[in-house]
Design a protein around this ligand. Structure first.
Ligand SMILES: [Zn+2]
Length: 266
């Protein structure tokens, strides 16, 4: 599932490729991915619109067309956007004024596209938590102190903190040496500060390496990211810990597989 670094990579690429271009035609192969308005209107309202800005909020991607017109792209589990020639497997194809296409690909049809006057007024957007890059360490520590949930499930809860998913939550906790099962409010000031720093570090590194292609994720030219080779615990059950060589363990937290080092993460 694309997390903040993957969506940020797509956003930055699209800035390069599609900004200022017009949508000349929209082809809809699978209308069920369009949540609003109804597909015919969706098509009609997008034609001849220029892409003015690309926006990311948490894991959500938004193309601004006008002050009151936004194409909202929720990639969810394995949606992605590919720029270039028309792709047969695309669910929706946006033909552009430069002769290329922006293909919305989503093998499992779990993502959503919406065309709306605003994206900030969507319920799930209103409920999104802040992003780590917008928080000070003091604010983040205070947020943790108020919660009893296990720290791993908490930092990947989009209402608490937007952008982190199962990959980078595990990585950040390993880097910070914190056991993912600990209640958030049990973290000492120093530990919470370290976690703040490592969340920022791992997201920054993942953006630099253009995301992790652990499953369907590809960038907007169809290339794999480079971050999956740098992951230290994600899906590395029983592999030796890079710090202490002990075997990594896998547990489930809130139904999600979680790898960690029982020796280094206290
Ligand atoms: Zn270890």
């Amino acid at each position: 599932m694309p997390e903040l670094p993957e969506v940020e990579t797509i956003k930055k690429d699209l800035e390069k490729y599609i900004l200022g271009k017009k949508i000349t035609k929209v082809k809809i192969n699978r209308p069920e991915v369009i949540k609003e308005p109804e597909p015919l209107k969706f098509k009609k309202e997008l034609c001849n619109e220029k892409i003015k800005e690309t926006i990311r909020r948490g894991k959500l991607l938004v193309l601004k067309l006008k002050e009151n017109k936004f194409l909202i792209i929720h990639l969810r589990i394995n949606g992605w956007l590919k720029y270039g020639r028309e792709e047969e497997k695309a669910r929706v194809i946006f033909q552009l004024s430069d002769g290329n296409c922006l293909n919305y690909i989503d093998s499992r049809l779990l993502g959503h596209l919406r065309l709306r006057k605003s994206y900030q007024d969507l319920d799930f957007v209103k409920r999104l938590g802040p992003e780590i890059f917008d928080l000070t360490p003091i604010q983040f520590k205070k947020m943790l102190r108020e919660k009893k949930a296990n720290v791993k499930s908490l930092i990947m809860d989009q209402h608490f903190l937007a952008g982190l998913g199962n990959i980078y939550a595990q990585e950040a906790l390993f880097l910070a040496g914190i056991d993912p099962r600990r209640p958030a409010n049990s973290l000492k000031d120093k530990e919470a500060g370290l976690l703040y720093k490592e969340i920022k570090n791992v997201l920054t590194e993942a953006i630099k390496y253009r995301g992790s292609s652990v499953d369907a994720y590809r960038d907007s030219r169809g290339q794999k990211g480079g971050m999956e080779k740098r992951l230290k615990v994600y899906k590395k059950n029983k592999k030796p810990c890079l710090r202490c060589q002990a075997g990594l363990e896998k547990i489930k937290l809130a139904g999600r597989g979680t790898c960690f080092c029982p020796k280094c993460q206290k």
